[in-house]
Design a protein around this ligand. Sequence first.
Ligand code: ASP
Length: 339
Amino acid sequence: MKVIASHNALNAAAKARELLLAGARPLDACVAGVTLVEDDPLEHSVGYGGIPNEDGIVELDAGVMDGKTRRGAGVAALRNVRHPSQVARLLLAQTHRVLLAGEGALQFARANGFVEENLLTDTARRIWLHWKRIRSNIDDWREPPAEDVEADVAAWFASYRSPHAPREGHISRSEMPTIGTVHVAALDDRGDLACCTSTSGHAFKIAGRVGDSPILGAGLFADNEAGTCGSLGHGEANLENLSSFAAVELMREGRSPEESGLAILRRIAARAHPEQKDAQGRPRFNLWLYLLAPDGRHAGVTLWGPKQFALADKQGVRLETCVALFPGPPPTQPENPDC
Ligand code: ASP
């Protein structure tokens, strides 16, 4: 039995572990763990309390995949429902469909009795409003004097805004930070694998933008015969490289989780687009992969360190250190283990 999860999911790993020990199916254990993170208003990259899109509306993506049946499902750009992972889980259980987006995803959630609520917390709203005021010097908004910026808003921007943002008050697209996601994967004593990824996506994304998290093969993939992989970070890189699928395929060929993850990160680094690279040709975005093999071997790998991930097994729950392709931190972002 083993659970691997992103750094922000220690409690989720503990929950999944507890459920696996009680005999739960791996997919149910993963979703129960992710649910805890979706409920946390202080986790600004997932579920309730997530940072909204550019219009100030929280839109959530989530995916689930069962390695035994090799069936998965995702919901994308889902509004007003704080548990997209549970909606994706039900989509898998109740239908033949693999992906629902926007209004259709919301209707499906409604049909299943999910409560609708405003997911925008006061802190997330003020972070969004501050972003509107600082993002450009050619619109109607005035940048607030530094002393007027509330501490929680300042703390969020200090952690996530590039120190190299141009002085005029613009944050260039290639330097926009990614803000996180949650991923949990589980292996039970029967040898069954499953995983789940959930996110509010990139901060201030264009409305309707769908990231990698609900897309099978991009933000997650599971196959009992080969392993699981899930990811956090710059979703477009995962979408362009189908990273999770590619990493699982390398494990299928016999490579270890660490070798497989690093090989995919090397490929992504080499393929990064010119505007995404620093002076040494390294990607300025970050990406993390969490891999679990059918025999229980695991790895957390990152483009840029330092970074940790959560692990749970029969011994207990702990944080371990990711293997980094580049020592880091990323050239355009401040050192931030949560990023
Ligand atoms: N991968 C997520 C997305 O692109 C965001 C993140 O993990 O930072 O939506």
